[in-house]
Design a protein around this ligand. Structure first.
Ligand code: FE2
Length: 189
């Protein structure tokens, strides 16, 4: 399958990387192309066939030169991610269909006790189709799908799997690091 809107989005991101490959510079400028992508009726229609994910992402595209990837995450009604960070990478999270709560957490301990982290909910936003969220490195967060489930399109500055990401359990205070979500090849271009 070759989807024009996805090819256009990838071209835009590659052009931004060619200007300045620092994701801190690219990411704010990537919001407009992501918004355009999320508005494509063909992509929205195609998403109806995408399989629900649990701890994996669909891998729509991987850029051989710059290393960024475009993922899809399809949540069932009420499905929530674990509380996590993405380590050093930058993520641009876009809601294609459905509704979600995006929840941000703050860490209040100094990290001096290994395997423990104290985090509390700092912000919760209800978002719908077309919402775009820049997730900065080390930002602690979770996303919960609403009653209709949700589909997200996610730009990551690096493919998960090659580095460890933080996981947090607010009830026990446990902190651990694990490999990121498994990547299921699902090329859209
Ligand atoms: Fe995340």
């Amino acid at each position: 399958m070759s989807m024009a809107s996805v090819a256009e989005f990838v071209d835009s991101i590659r052009a931004l990387y060619a200007e300045d490959p620092d994701p801190a510079v690219v990411w704010p400028q990537a919001c407009a192309p992501m918004t355009a992508l999320l508005g494509d009726p063909e992509l929205i229609e195609s998403a109806k066939d995408w399989p629900v994910c649990s701890h994996e992402n669909l891998l729509f595209y991987e850029d051989a030169e710059h290393g960024f990837v475009l993922n899809g995450l399809i949540k069932a009604p009420g499905q929530t991610t674990r509380i996590h960070d993405h380590a050093h990478i930058w993520v641009l999270y876009g809601v294609l269909t459905g509704g979600e709560d995006i929840v941000n957490f703050e860490r209040t301990d100094d990290g001096s006790v290994s395997d423990l982290a104290r985090v509390h909910e700092a912000r919760r936003r209800k978002v719908g189709p077309g919402a775009v969220d820049i997730v900065k490195p080390w930002s602690i967060h979770a996303e919960q799908a609403g009653a209709d489930g949700s589909v997200a399109v996610i730009l990551r500055s690096e493919k998960p799997g090659g580095f460890l990401q933080g996981r947090y359990d607010t009830e026990t205070g446990k902190y651990w690091r694990g490999k990121g979500v498994q990547q299921i090849p699902y090329p859209l271009i």
